[in-house]
Design a protein around this ligand. Structure first.
Ligand code: SER
Length: 316
Protein backbone atom coordinates (compact mmCIF):
# COMPACT_ATOMS: atom_id res chain seq x y z
CA UNK A 1 0.00 0.00 0.00
CA UNK A 2 1.26 3.45 -0.89
CA UNK A 3 1.70 6.04 1.86
CA UNK A 4 1.67 9.57 0.52
CA UNK A 5 3.13 12.76 1.99
CA UNK A 6 1.79 16.02 0.56
CA UNK A 7 3.70 19.19 1.43
CA UNK A 8 2.08 22.59 0.97
CA UNK A 9 -1.14 20.73 1.70
CA UNK A 10 -3.19 23.88 2.33
CA UNK A 11 -2.14 25.56 -0.92
CA UNK A 12 -4.06 26.03 -4.13
CA UNK A 13 -3.08 22.63 -5.53
CA UNK A 14 -2.58 20.77 -2.24
CA UNK A 15 -6.05 21.43 -0.88
CA UNK A 16 -7.63 19.80 -3.97
CA UNK A 17 -5.05 17.07 -4.56
CA UNK A 18 -5.36 15.84 -0.94
CA UNK A 19 -9.04 15.04 -1.47
CA UNK A 20 -8.38 12.95 -4.57
CA UNK A 21 -5.42 11.15 -2.98
CA UNK A 22 -7.51 10.36 0.10
CA UNK A 23 -10.23 8.90 -2.17
CA UNK A 24 -7.67 6.74 -3.93
CA UNK A 25 -5.44 5.60 -1.03
CA UNK A 26 -7.64 6.06 2.05
CA UNK A 27 -7.59 8.93 4.56
CA UNK A 28 -5.16 7.16 6.87
CA UNK A 29 -2.56 6.84 4.09
CA UNK A 30 -2.26 10.51 3.10
CA UNK A 31 -0.23 12.81 5.36
CA UNK A 32 -0.90 16.53 4.92
CA UNK A 33 2.06 18.75 5.84
CA UNK A 34 1.74 22.52 5.87
CA UNK A 35 3.30 25.48 7.65
CA UNK A 36 -0.23 26.37 8.89
CA UNK A 37 -2.64 24.06 10.73
CA UNK A 38 -5.52 22.45 8.87
CA UNK A 39 -9.01 23.77 9.71
CA UNK A 40 -10.94 21.80 12.37
CA UNK A 41 -13.15 20.38 9.60
CA UNK A 42 -10.17 18.55 8.01
CA UNK A 43 -10.51 14.78 8.13
CA UNK A 44 -7.22 12.97 7.85
CA UNK A 45 -3.63 12.91 9.05
CA UNK A 46 -2.01 16.33 9.33
CA UNK A 47 1.32 17.69 10.53
CA UNK A 48 2.31 21.35 10.95
CA UNK A 49 5.87 22.19 9.93
CA UNK A 50 8.38 23.65 7.52
CA UNK A 51 9.81 21.79 4.51
CA UNK A 52 13.18 23.41 5.25
CA UNK A 53 13.27 21.31 8.45
CA UNK A 54 15.12 18.15 7.33
CA UNK A 55 14.70 16.36 10.68
CA UNK A 56 10.95 16.89 10.63
CA UNK A 57 10.65 15.52 7.08
CA UNK A 58 12.77 12.52 7.97
CA UNK A 59 10.68 11.84 11.07
CA UNK A 60 7.44 11.98 9.07
CA UNK A 61 8.79 9.66 6.36
CA UNK A 62 10.00 7.13 8.95
CA UNK A 63 7.00 7.32 11.22
CA UNK A 64 4.38 6.94 8.48
CA UNK A 65 6.48 4.71 6.19
CA UNK A 66 5.99 7.17 3.33
CA UNK A 67 6.49 5.80 -0.21
CA UNK A 68 5.65 8.87 -2.33
CA UNK A 69 5.99 12.62 -1.79
CA UNK A 70 3.97 15.25 -3.62
CA UNK A 71 6.18 18.19 -2.76
CA UNK A 72 4.06 21.28 -3.42
CA UNK A 73 5.28 23.74 -0.76
CA UNK A 74 6.55 26.79 -2.60
CA UNK A 75 6.35 30.57 -2.87
CA UNK A 76 4.70 31.81 -6.09
CA UNK A 77 5.99 34.36 -8.62
CA UNK A 78 4.91 37.73 -7.24
CA UNK A 79 5.32 36.58 -3.61
CA UNK A 80 8.87 35.41 -4.33
CA UNK A 81 9.80 38.85 -5.69
CA UNK A 82 8.88 40.33 -2.31
CA UNK A 83 11.36 38.04 -0.56
CA UNK A 84 13.86 36.41 -2.94
CA UNK A 85 15.98 34.90 -0.12
CA UNK A 86 12.98 33.14 1.37
CA UNK A 87 11.88 31.99 -2.11
CA UNK A 88 15.30 30.40 -2.65
CA UNK A 89 15.34 28.74 0.78
CA UNK A 90 11.83 27.31 0.56
CA UNK A 91 11.69 26.48 -3.16
CA UNK A 92 15.21 25.09 -3.59
CA UNK A 93 16.13 24.14 0.01
CA UNK A 94 12.82 22.35 0.54
CA UNK A 95 13.22 20.40 -2.70
CA UNK A 96 16.81 19.45 -1.84
CA UNK A 97 15.58 18.02 1.48
CA UNK A 98 12.88 16.02 -0.29
CA UNK A 99 15.28 14.70 -2.94
CA UNK A 100 17.83 13.66 -0.30
CA UNK A 101 15.12 11.74 1.53
CA UNK A 102 13.91 10.22 -1.73
CA UNK A 103 17.47 9.04 -2.44
CA UNK A 104 17.91 7.57 1.05
CA UNK A 105 14.46 5.98 1.34
CA UNK A 106 13.70 5.13 -2.29
CA UNK A 107 10.66 7.40 -2.66
CA UNK A 108 8.83 8.54 -5.78
CA UNK A 109 8.63 12.34 -5.96
CA UNK A 110 6.23 14.71 -7.66
CA UNK A 111 7.32 18.33 -7.82
CA UNK A 112 5.63 21.14 -9.75
CA UNK A 113 7.69 23.27 -12.07
CA UNK A 114 6.07 26.15 -13.94
CA UNK A 115 5.79 28.13 -17.15
CA UNK A 116 7.93 30.58 -15.14
CA UNK A 117 11.03 28.63 -16.25
CA UNK A 118 10.64 30.42 -19.58
CA UNK A 119 11.74 33.99 -20.24
CA UNK A 120 12.02 36.69 -22.85
CA UNK A 121 14.24 34.57 -25.12
CA UNK A 122 11.67 31.73 -25.27
CA UNK A 123 9.33 31.71 -28.29
CA UNK A 124 5.89 33.05 -27.34
CA UNK A 125 3.83 30.41 -29.11
CA UNK A 126 3.80 26.61 -28.91
CA UNK A 127 6.93 26.47 -26.79
CA UNK A 128 8.62 23.11 -27.34
CA UNK A 129 9.78 20.90 -24.45
CA UNK A 130 13.42 21.82 -25.07
CA UNK A 131 13.63 25.56 -25.35
CA UNK A 132 15.40 28.60 -23.90
CA UNK A 133 15.28 29.03 -20.11
CA UNK A 134 16.17 32.55 -19.03
CA UNK A 135 13.55 33.44 -16.40
CA UNK A 136 13.31 37.03 -15.21
CA UNK A 137 11.92 36.15 -11.76
CA UNK A 138 13.59 34.51 -8.76
CA UNK A 139 10.61 32.13 -8.79
CA UNK A 140 11.55 31.06 -12.33
CA UNK A 141 15.19 30.72 -11.28
CA UNK A 142 14.17 28.37 -8.44
CA UNK A 143 12.04 26.34 -10.87
CA UNK A 144 14.85 25.94 -13.44
CA UNK A 145 17.19 24.97 -10.58
CA UNK A 146 14.65 22.46 -9.26
CA UNK A 147 14.26 20.85 -12.68
CA UNK A 148 18.01 20.44 -13.03
CA UNK A 149 18.34 19.10 -9.48
CA UNK A 150 15.53 16.59 -9.99
CA UNK A 151 17.02 15.31 -13.22
CA UNK A 152 20.45 15.10 -11.59
CA UNK A 153 19.09 13.00 -8.71
CA UNK A 154 17.38 10.74 -11.25
CA UNK A 155 20.59 10.12 -13.22
CA UNK A 156 22.98 10.07 -10.27
CA UNK A 157 20.94 8.22 -7.63
CA UNK A 158 18.00 6.72 -9.53
CA UNK A 159 15.42 8.90 -7.74
CA UNK A 160 12.03 8.52 -9.47
CA UNK A 161 11.54 12.27 -9.91
CA UNK A 162 8.45 13.32 -11.91
CA UNK A 163 7.39 16.86 -12.68
CA UNK A 164 5.02 19.08 -14.67
CA UNK A 165 5.49 22.67 -15.81
CA UNK A 166 2.19 23.96 -14.45
CA UNK A 167 0.45 26.75 -16.33
CA UNK A 168 -1.74 29.18 -14.35
CA UNK A 169 -3.95 26.92 -12.23
CA UNK A 170 -7.45 27.98 -11.32
CA UNK A 171 -9.31 26.33 -8.45
CA UNK A 172 -11.50 27.38 -5.55
CA UNK A 173 -10.79 25.07 -2.57
CA UNK A 174 -8.05 27.42 -1.28
CA UNK A 175 -7.87 31.20 -1.32
CA UNK A 176 -5.92 32.52 -4.30
CA UNK A 177 -2.49 33.91 -3.42
CA UNK A 178 0.06 36.15 -5.05
CA UNK A 179 0.75 34.38 -8.31
CA UNK A 180 0.70 36.40 -11.53
CA UNK A 181 -1.78 34.12 -13.26
CA UNK A 182 -4.10 34.24 -10.26
CA UNK A 183 -5.96 37.28 -11.53
CA UNK A 184 -8.06 34.59 -13.22
CA UNK A 185 -9.30 33.43 -9.79
CA UNK A 186 -9.42 36.83 -8.04
CA UNK A 187 -11.69 38.08 -10.84
CA UNK A 188 -14.41 35.66 -9.69
CA UNK A 189 -14.29 37.03 -6.13
CA UNK A 190 -14.78 40.49 -7.67
CA UNK A 191 -17.67 39.13 -9.73
CA UNK A 192 -19.43 37.47 -6.80
CA UNK A 193 -18.82 40.23 -4.24
CA UNK A 194 -19.36 43.42 -6.23
CA UNK A 195 -19.73 42.60 -9.93
CA UNK A 196 -16.48 44.40 -10.74
CA UNK A 197 -12.75 43.74 -10.71
CA UNK A 198 -9.58 45.78 -11.15
CA UNK A 199 -7.17 43.66 -13.18
CA UNK A 200 -3.39 44.00 -12.71
CA UNK A 201 -2.69 42.72 -16.24
CA UNK A 202 -3.49 44.32 -19.60
CA UNK A 203 -6.58 43.00 -21.44
CA UNK A 204 -4.56 41.30 -24.20
CA UNK A 205 -2.12 39.36 -21.97
CA UNK A 206 -2.42 35.78 -23.18
CA UNK A 207 -1.22 33.11 -20.73
CA UNK A 208 -1.44 29.31 -20.56
CA UNK A 209 -4.07 28.24 -18.00
CA UNK A 210 -5.77 25.13 -16.63
CA UNK A 211 -8.72 24.27 -14.38
CA UNK A 212 -7.59 22.66 -11.14
CA UNK A 213 -9.46 19.36 -11.67
CA UNK A 214 -7.42 18.83 -14.82
CA UNK A 215 -4.17 19.70 -13.03
CA UNK A 216 -4.90 17.25 -10.20
CA UNK A 217 -5.91 14.51 -12.64
CA UNK A 218 -2.79 15.11 -14.77
CA UNK A 219 -0.56 15.03 -11.70
CA UNK A 220 -1.98 11.68 -10.59
CA UNK A 221 -1.76 10.31 -14.16
CA UNK A 222 1.93 11.19 -14.27
CA UNK A 223 2.60 9.63 -10.86
CA UNK A 224 0.74 6.45 -11.84
CA UNK A 225 2.36 6.09 -15.27
CA UNK A 226 4.65 3.07 -15.74
CA UNK A 227 8.25 4.07 -15.25
CA UNK A 228 9.16 3.11 -18.84
CA UNK A 229 6.68 5.71 -20.16
CA UNK A 230 8.46 8.61 -18.46
CA UNK A 231 10.84 10.09 -21.02
CA UNK A 232 11.24 13.52 -19.38
CA UNK A 233 13.08 13.80 -16.05
CA UNK A 234 13.32 17.57 -15.92
CA UNK A 235 9.66 18.60 -16.14
CA UNK A 236 6.98 17.99 -18.76
CA UNK A 237 5.39 20.81 -20.73
CA UNK A 238 1.75 20.60 -19.64
CA UNK A 239 -1.13 22.64 -20.98
CA UNK A 240 -4.87 22.96 -21.48
CA UNK A 241 -6.18 26.38 -22.57
CA UNK A 242 -4.73 29.85 -23.15
CA UNK A 243 -6.72 33.06 -22.80
CA UNK A 244 -6.44 36.79 -22.15
CA UNK A 245 -8.21 38.80 -19.42
CA UNK A 246 -10.46 40.30 -22.14
CA UNK A 247 -11.49 36.83 -23.33
CA UNK A 248 -12.17 35.75 -19.75
CA UNK A 249 -14.35 38.83 -19.20
CA UNK A 250 -16.27 38.07 -22.40
CA UNK A 251 -17.03 34.59 -21.07
CA UNK A 252 -17.95 35.93 -17.59
CA UNK A 253 -20.40 38.38 -19.18
CA UNK A 254 -22.37 35.41 -20.54
CA UNK A 255 -23.17 34.71 -16.86
CA UNK A 256 -23.28 38.32 -15.67
CA UNK A 257 -23.74 40.82 -18.54
CA UNK A 258 -23.17 43.91 -16.35
CA UNK A 259 -19.82 42.76 -14.92
CA UNK A 260 -17.36 45.68 -14.90
CA UNK A 261 -13.62 45.45 -15.44
CA UNK A 262 -10.93 48.10 -14.97
CA UNK A 263 -7.39 47.49 -16.19
CA UNK A 264 -4.56 48.82 -14.01
CA UNK A 265 -1.41 46.89 -14.96
CA UNK A 266 1.30 46.84 -12.29
CA UNK A 267 4.72 45.16 -11.88
CA UNK A 268 3.16 41.77 -12.48
CA UNK A 269 2.64 42.78 -16.12
CA UNK A 270 6.41 42.47 -16.67
CA UNK A 271 6.35 38.96 -15.24
CA UNK A 272 3.42 37.96 -17.45
CA UNK A 273 5.07 39.51 -20.51
CA UNK A 274 8.12 37.29 -20.01
CA UNK A 275 6.02 34.09 -20.11
CA UNK A 276 4.80 32.27 -23.24
CA UNK A 277 1.26 32.41 -24.59
CA UNK A 278 0.89 28.77 -25.58
CA UNK A 279 2.79 25.56 -24.84
CA UNK A 280 3.41 22.43 -26.91
CA UNK A 281 2.82 19.53 -24.52
CA UNK A 282 2.74 16.74 -27.11
CA UNK A 283 5.32 14.65 -25.21
CA UNK A 284 3.01 14.42 -22.16
CA UNK A 285 0.14 13.53 -24.50
CA UNK A 286 2.21 10.77 -26.12
CA UNK A 287 4.02 9.40 -23.06
CA UNK A 288 1.14 9.04 -20.60
CA UNK A 289 -1.91 10.09 -22.64
CA UNK A 290 -2.51 13.50 -21.12
CA UNK A 291 -5.68 15.26 -22.26
CA UNK A 292 -7.52 18.14 -20.58
CA UNK A 293 -11.27 18.07 -20.07
CA UNK A 294 -12.01 21.73 -19.25
CA UNK A 295 -12.14 24.44 -21.92
CA UNK A 296 -12.57 28.12 -21.02
CA UNK A 297 -16.36 28.00 -21.04
CA UNK A 298 -16.59 24.99 -18.72
CA UNK A 299 -13.89 26.41 -16.45
CA UNK A 300 -15.70 29.74 -16.04
CA UNK A 301 -18.91 28.03 -14.94
CA UNK A 302 -17.01 25.82 -12.46
CA UNK A 303 -15.02 28.74 -11.01
CA UNK A 304 -18.13 30.88 -10.67
CA UNK A 305 -20.00 28.13 -8.81
CA UNK A 306 -16.98 27.35 -6.61
CA UNK A 307 -16.33 30.96 -5.61
CA UNK A 308 -20.05 31.62 -5.01
CA UNK A 309 -20.08 28.72 -2.55
CA UNK A 310 -16.89 29.89 -0.80
CA UNK A 311 -18.15 33.43 -0.40
CA UNK A 312 -21.53 32.20 0.88
CA UNK A 313 -19.76 30.03 3.48
CA UNK A 314 -17.55 32.94 4.57
CA UNK A 315 -20.65 35.00 5.25
CA UNK A 316 -22.29 32.35 7.48
N1 SER B 1 0.76 30.45 -11.29
C1 SER B 1 2.13 30.76 -10.98
C2 SER B 1 2.29 32.21 -10.70
O1 SER B 1 1.63 33.01 -11.34
C3 SER B 1 3.03 30.38 -12.10
O2 SER B 1 3.52 29.10 -11.89
O3 SER B 1 3.07 32.56 -9.88
Amino acid sequence: MERILVTGALGLVGSELIIELQKKYGKENVIALDISPQPPTFEGVSVVGNVCDWELLKTIVDRYQVSQIYHLASLLSAGSEKNPDRAWNVNVGGLKNVLDLARDKNLRVFWPSSIAVFGNTTPKKDVPQHSSFEPVTIYGVTKVTGEMLGQYYYHRYGVDFRSLRFPGLNGTKAKPGDGTTEYAIHIFYGLVREKRYTCFLKPDTRLPMMYMDDAVRGTMMLMDAPVENISVRTSYNFSAVSFTPAELVQEIRKISPDFEIIYQPDKRQLIADSWPETIDDSIARNDWHWKESYDLEKMVVALYEGVKERVANEQK
